[in-house]
Design a binder for this molecule. Structure first.
Ligand code: HEC
Length: 131
């Protein structure tokens, strides 16, 4: 069921509202990014390493490449692994790693969805890095 929810989230392309609650300070998006993502996507998120023949994409152009709206659901699904069930690219899945505190994420339809707080923090951080 969770699987299906995430798959349907990936279909959303319009701007999504973010609302995170009960977030521990140590799960700040910038810190999480530095710890888990910068190694491949670069400290400035402009992309970098080639992993198994694929270059880690530039994450500052996500909005530009998704019609001008930051693709929150797609980003969270990618990190969580669900968006890549069929592709199994070289990027690791962080689903279990990010399974700490839950927060409420409100999608574009105003539907609150329980979501790992760390995922929201990461998505918000990346949204702030868009060019
Ligand atoms: C081991 C290297 C590696 C790490 C670590 C990594 N990624 Fe990736 N990431 C990739 C590669 C390679 C791709 C493209 C192929 C794929 O999807 O696997 C990718 C794809 C993505 C995409 C889709 C980009 C697009 O243009 O569609 C997002 C979003 C993303 N990563 C975010 C993150 C975040 C956030 C983290 C940290 C939690 C992270 N990645 C950690 C290598 C990595």
């Amino acid at each position: 069921m969770k699987h299906l929810i995430y798959l349907s989230l990936t279909a959303l392309t319009a701007a999504c509202g973010l609302e995170a609650m009960d977030r521990a300070p140590e799960t700040s998006g910038a810190e999480l990014y530095g710890a888990y993502c910068a190694g491949c996507h670069g400290t400035d998120a402009t992309g970098g390493d080639v992993i198994a023949g694929k270059r880690a994409p530039n994450l500052t152009t996500l909005s530009r490449r998704h019609g001008g709206d930051f693709p929150t659901a797609y980003v969270m699904s990618t990190i969580d692994g669900y968006a890549r069930d069929n592709t199994h690219g070289p990027m690791p899945e962080f689903g279990e790693l990010l399974g700490g505190d839950m927060a409420s994420w409100t999608d574009e339809n105003g539907t609150p969805t329980p979501t790992p707080a760390a995922l929201l923090s990461l998505a918000e951080y990346l949204e702030g890095q868009q060019v």
